[in-house]
Ligand binder design. Structure first.
Ligand code: TYD
Length: 139
């Protein structure tokens, strides 16, 4: 299971830091939606879903959090996000959970599609069945 983490180029000078993200240059898809989470309550776990087609880049632009990725085929990875210039690519077919938010965490997500509830897979058992079907189709 491959984890793709982008390290963006900060344009730093004596005034501070600036990161610019352009679709198809820094981000591998057209950015149709941006959303962010903040004031996340301690011990909360968000996410608990996969997608049928959505691609996303997660950037913890302030504070820190952890992302659990699960491919539904027995492989899981935990990726800490704690730098405002790092982005985690999350493909549609990954079950994701976001947790361990620091009190000051702001997790920003760049998404390839508009919000569409029909694109969500929110049942873990259904996700595992979906992942197995896709893997069998690739064999
Ligand atoms: P939810 O899917 O529960 O967030 P998470 O998966 O991060 O735990 O979303 C919380 C609420 O926000 C829910 O009512 C749907 C709404 N929402 C939107 O309206 N647009 C969006 O782009 C997203 C991600 C959520």
């Amino acid at each position: 299971m491959q984890v793709v983490k982008y390290v963006f180029q900060p344009h730093g000078d004596e005034r501070g830091q600036l990161v610019a993200l352009e679709e198809f240059r820094d981000i591998p898809f057209r950015i149709k939606r941006v959303y962010y989470m903040y004031d996340t309550v301690a011990d909360v776990v968000r996410g608990h879903h996969a997608h049928k087609s959505l691609e996303q880049i997660l950037i913890c632009i302030h504070g820190s959090c952890k992302i659990l990725l699960d491919n539904g085929l027995g492989e899981k990875k935990i990726i800490p996000l704690e730098k405002p210039y790092e982005g985690l690519y999350v493909s549609n077919d990954m079950w994701r959970e976001m947790y361990d938010f620091s009190p000051d965490a702001v997790l920003m997500v760049l998404a390839s599609e508009l919000y569409d509830e029909a694109d969500y897979i929110r049942d873990y058992g259904a996700f595992v069945a979906y992942a197995r079907e896709r893997a069998a189709g690739r064999e």
